[in-house]
Design a protein around this ligand. Structure first.
Ligand code: SUG
Length: 448
């Protein structure tokens, strides 16, 4: 049976703005308070989806969330009508209003961790929504994420959904941004690679000093248990704490894997060699051959990786077996990174082509090509069971660009977030979107 890696990209929501909300994420901190352009952000994302579809990849869409999240503000004590809740929050606690307006659900690499059916004990595709509890603005995503994923992958014969882990930092879980799967073929059993930043229960592990480690070992282990993964099908690895302190807030800022290949920075992990031995051994038992491309620090410094998002790229397998790397425009702007990439594709290695995309609106909040997509490996039967409304087609692309042009603003500043009209605009747009994507009722304003 044929199998595919389907990329589901997050559609940027109408409230995309630069709130400076993510301590430890250099781009989010340094672009705080700039005016954003939600319309351009959504169109940039859609263009990448369309380009991948045109190249022959199966591409899906993941819907944005209702923002401002009035329910979250109510839970913090703001009362009255929806408009009054927003007005009071703006007057008394602007940072909370900004957090409740974030369009951060666009970075769907953080929506969930996904294990394909070939790896799981019950032969279903398993999803665990990420609790994202390191940041308040992201911790409010998972209830809607779960409903949206449930509406996209509804068939219980093929898909199993788990609620987010307990909402405490000890089980901090950031989803697929810290998870990669290696395999010979997407439909065959693979090895799932979980990368954590610290241990919450064992003080012998080191931890970063300056910025938070968002993912814990114990969260990764819990997800592996929930998904029914076997001991021979998992490897847990610790991120190098010193790169977290340099702005690598998720492992997908310093490494990306696909098929049998891991493309990573030399300084990405702790205890790299024994961990690679384990990957090699476990993949060999699955008939696969682990390969790595390690980018040396004297060619690309960690700081270059953080600024250019070289590793937040999409590594895709083409029909002829060679690989394509989708990188953001910022990689071309960095001479060291660009020179490295020229050498990479001219060498006789697995990565043969680099394609550049302009994702500046998302990049300015620390979200590159890989942050914007959730990978789901599916066989033909499972793909046929996915809600067809969320699979990208040329007509859907046209409908969605028309929808964005109709509903989105082209400038958003902090002061605009206090405008109660923004909530109405957002709800009107999302109500239409659930019909376009055939999701049913998934938003709080549709179900409460
Ligand atoms: O969680 N930025 C996101 C970026 C997530 C990127 N995802 C991956 N690497 N997979 C974050 O830090 C910034 C929002 C703001 O500041 O307005 C933000 O949430």
């Amino acid at each position: 049976m044929k199998s595919f890696e389907v990329n589901f990209d997050g559609l940027v929501g109408p409230t995309h703005n630069y709130g400076g909300l993510s301590f430890g994420n250099v781009a989010s901190q340094s672009n705080s308070q700039q005016a954003s352009n939600p319309k351009e952000a959504a169109l940039q994302g859609l263009e990448k989806m369309k380009a991948l579809m045109d190249m022959g990849f199966v591409q899906g869409v993941l819907a944005p969330q209702e923002r401002p999240d009035v329910g979250a503000l109510r839970s913090l004590g703001f009362a009255g009508t929806d408009a009054q809740v927003i007005e009071r929050a703006a007057k008394e606690a602007m940072p909370l209003l900004v957090a409740s307006c974030s369009a951060s659900s666009m970075w769907v690499a953080n929506a969930a961790t996904v294990s394909p059916s070939a790896d799981t004990a019950d032969g279903r595709v398993h999803f665990t929504a990420a609790n994202l509890n390191c940041k308040f603005h992201r911790s409010i995503e998972h209830p809607t994420t779960s409903r949206v994923l449930g509406a996209m992958f509804a068939d219980q014969q093929h898909f199993a959904h788990h609620a987010a882990l307990p909402a405490v930092a000890q089980f901090g879980d950031e989803g697929a941004a810290n998870h990669t799967r290696f395999c010979r073929d997407y439909g065959e059993a693979g090895v799932e690679f979980f990368v954590y930043g610290r241990s919450a229960f064992d003080s012998r592990y080191s931890a970063p000093q300056k910025y938070p480690a968002r993912q814990t070992l114990e969260a990764s282990q819990a997800v592996a248990r929930l998904h029914g993964l076997s001991e021979e099908g998992v490897v847990f690895a610790q991120q190098n704490p010193s790169v977290i302190d340099q702005g690598v807030f998720h492992n997908d800022v310093i490494a990306v894997g696909n098929g049998e290949l891991l493309f990573h920075h030399q300084d990405a992990f702790l205890n790299t060699e024994p961990m690679f031995d384990e990957l090699r051994r476990k993949l060999a038992a699955r008939g696969a051959q682990f390969q790595s491309i390690s980018v040396p620090r004297d060619q690309v410094a960690v700081d270059d990786a953080v600024r250019s998002y070289l590793f937040n790229s999409q590594l895709l397998s083409r029909a002829d077996g060679s690989m394509l790397l989708i990188v953001p425009e910022e990689c071309r702007a960095n001479p060291r990174v660009w020179q490295y990439l020229q050498g990479l594709t001219s060498a006789d290695g697995p990565i043969r082509e680099v394609k550049v995309f302009d994702l500046k609106q998302s990049m300015q909040n620390g979200g590159g090509p890989a942050c914007l997509r959730l990978r789901v490996a599916l066989n033909e039967t499972e793909l046929a069971a996915v809600n067809p409304g969320v699979i990208m087609t040329a007509p859907l692309y046209n409908t969605l660009t028309g929808w964005v042009s109709k509903h989105y603003r082209d400038a958003l500043r902090e002061s605009d977030l206090a405008d109660p009209q923004l909530l109405l605009e957002c709800r009107t747009a999302l109500d239409e979107l659930t019909q376009i994507l055939k999701l049913g009722s998934v938003y709080p304003f549709q179900i409460n």
